[in-house]
Design a binder for this molecule. Structure first.
Ligand SMILES: [Fe+2]
Ligand SMILES: [Fe+2]
Length: 341
């Protein structure tokens, strides 16, 4: 049996982009200390919560819970000193998100929020709209590169929420995740479909292969999911984020199918988005009624966080979309460094 993509070897550590990421990355080159709490000093307070340095530091900390890094002692995953530093980065990130998302009032409901998200826009400014009209194939490749950080671990960050759910919400959540993970077929795992898309598009399909090309906006969108997933206290936000992803996916994926056909993109790329048009239309219904509906009935206290998760999704996705289109309008790459570098 041959494998479509070589067995994922652990990714290599990315290069630092400032003092915080340098602190974390330099530390991981050492052996994890055992048996005592060693404070890691770093001046976190004045860092930009959405900046590349802080987000890269956070992404590296989170990656210890996913695939880890080549040559890095896996003991760092639960190192108290590193977790303490990660907690300070998360506090800054979460405070900024709560501030930018704004207050959630007693009149706001998850149901109304989902109705808002499910209204199909007839126009927009994001990359998928741009690709429909005058985007170039090179810009689509850049879009794939940004998205690769997430899609090569698609389904994983949300999976942390499973043990935090009960009953119907849990059953329905897992049913949707089952599809994300290929419904029992390895070749249909969405992560694999995206690796196929990358390879067919002349890009590197290795896991985190484009970490050094990511900008702050790219990492914010992925770190948001990891942060929500890894904290039980944020389970409502994790579910809200999951719901927003599923609800908004069909229309964006439909635009990608049309744009890829216009640009003569490879079949593998069309397949990835076509799969999301079909599957996510079904997922949307399951998520609305059985996951979110059941969760907020069971745990009314988390409803505000479900809404927060949906709005935070919107906020970070819009930032990334704006960054991409703004860069292209200015005639520059949206990546930290150009692809042909
Ligand atoms: Fe998917
Ligand atoms: Fe889905």
């Amino acid at each position: 049996m041959t494998l479509a993509h070589p067995i994922a070897t652990e990714p290599t550590l990315p290069s630092a982009r400032g003092p915080l990421s340098a602190t974390v990355i330099d530390l991981l080159a050492e052996r994890a200390p055992h048996g005592h709490l060693q404070r890691i000093e770093s001046s976190v307070g004045d860092a930009d919560p959405y900046g590349l340095d802080l987000q890269l530091a956070l992404a590296v900390c989170y990656e210890l819970h996913y695939s880890g890094f080549r040559g890095v002692d896996s003991g760092w995953e639960w190192n108290a000193g590193l977790l303490h530093l990660r907690g300070r980065l998360e506090d800054l990130f979460l405070d900024a998100l709560r501030r930018d998302v704004g207050p959630i009032t007693a009149d706001d409901t998850a149901e109304a929020e989902m109705t808002r998200l499910s209204v199909e826009p007839t126009s927009g400014n994001g990359p998928t709209w741009h690709f429909l009209k005058d985007g170039t194939w090179e810009q689509v490749q850049e879009y794939f590169v940004h998205r690769s950080i997430y899609h090569l671990k698609e389904g994983d960050p949300h999976a942390w929420a499973i043990p935090r759910l009960r009953g119907r919400a849990k059953a329905a959540f897992v049913a949707v995740e089952f599809d994300e993970f290929g419904g029992g077929r390895a070749s249909e795992i969405h992560q694999e479909l995206f690796a196929d898309l990358l390879a067919a598009s002349g890009l590197d399909s290795s896991y985190l292969g484009y970490m050094d090309y990511a900008v702050g906006e790219t990492l914010v969108a992925v770190n948001l999911m990891s942060m929500f997933g890894l904290h039980r206290s944020l389970r409502g936000a994790a579910v809200g984020h999951f719901a927003a992803t599923e609800i908004t996916s069909p229309s964006g994926s439909q635009r990608m199918v049309r744009a890829l056909k216009r640009l003569g993109g490879p079949d593998e790329a069309i397949k990835f988005y076509a799969e999301h048009v079909e599957a996510d239309a079904v997922h949307e219904q399951i998520v609305r009624t059985d996951v979110v509906g059941d969760l907020v009935m069971r745990e009314p206290r988390v409803e505000a966080d479900v809404i927060f998760g949906m709005r935070a999704f919107d906020f970070v996705e819009d930032r990334l979309a704006d960054h991409m289109v703004r860069s292209w309008t200015q005639g520059t790459t949206s990546l930290r460094r150009p692809l042909d570098d």
